[in-house]
Design a protein around this ligand. Sequence first.
Ligand SMILES: [Zn+2]
Length: 241
Amino acid sequence: MTTTIACPLCAADIAWEGPGSEDGLGPLTSELRRFCLGPDPHAGAVVLCGDCGFASVAKRVTEGDPGVDRVAQDPLWCSLDTMDDPGDVASGVGDEAVAARVRRLLAVGVGAGGAAVAWEHTAWLAAWRGDGPLACGDAWLRAAWMHDDLDDAESGRACRQRALACYEAAVELPESFRRRHDQAVVAYLVGEIARRLGDVQRARGAFEQALTWARSEVGLKSFAEVVIRQMEQPVEILEGR
Ligand SMILES: [Zn+2]
């Protein structure tokens, strides 16, 4: 069911299809994407304003996103339309390259890509306001999944490359994680995304790191078996069909 929520930045109406299904009964991919029988929860988990381009995880918007004020007060946000392209991407609040990228995304039209574009905007804005590499990696990986659903392999690959770089940075920052368990899972994701991108050496190194951490933690035996399988005889779907 479509509901309307107010953009926290510019107050325009955003049509939102709702959070999607939570039944968790569908297959689990090797990138740990869980499909549901009902509407895709990853498509419904994000909102995008067609007026100003603001995007965020839907839950943050519906619960009052504390990062919104920070974006709204950033003079770069206000000058998106007038900036020249300063070059490649970096991260951090107020970063001009990220702002320029957001502006370019807006220029191609926010209505075209649906959830895929919404997740891309979420990733750029997360980097811009300094949410950290883990949040950025999660958003890029979800953008890749949404592109997969549109059979846009090239965009999916580009988003995976960005997710990979973010997750690699996150793994190097133990403070990004509440538990070693989560750090091991993200190291595994680095391996799995690199494997899907055809970077065998990078995948191997990350899988080995994930395995070392998994073996040092109690309760990760079956996870360690998944890592070994993806190293030796990889599959695309871990569970279900
Ligand atoms: Zn807006």
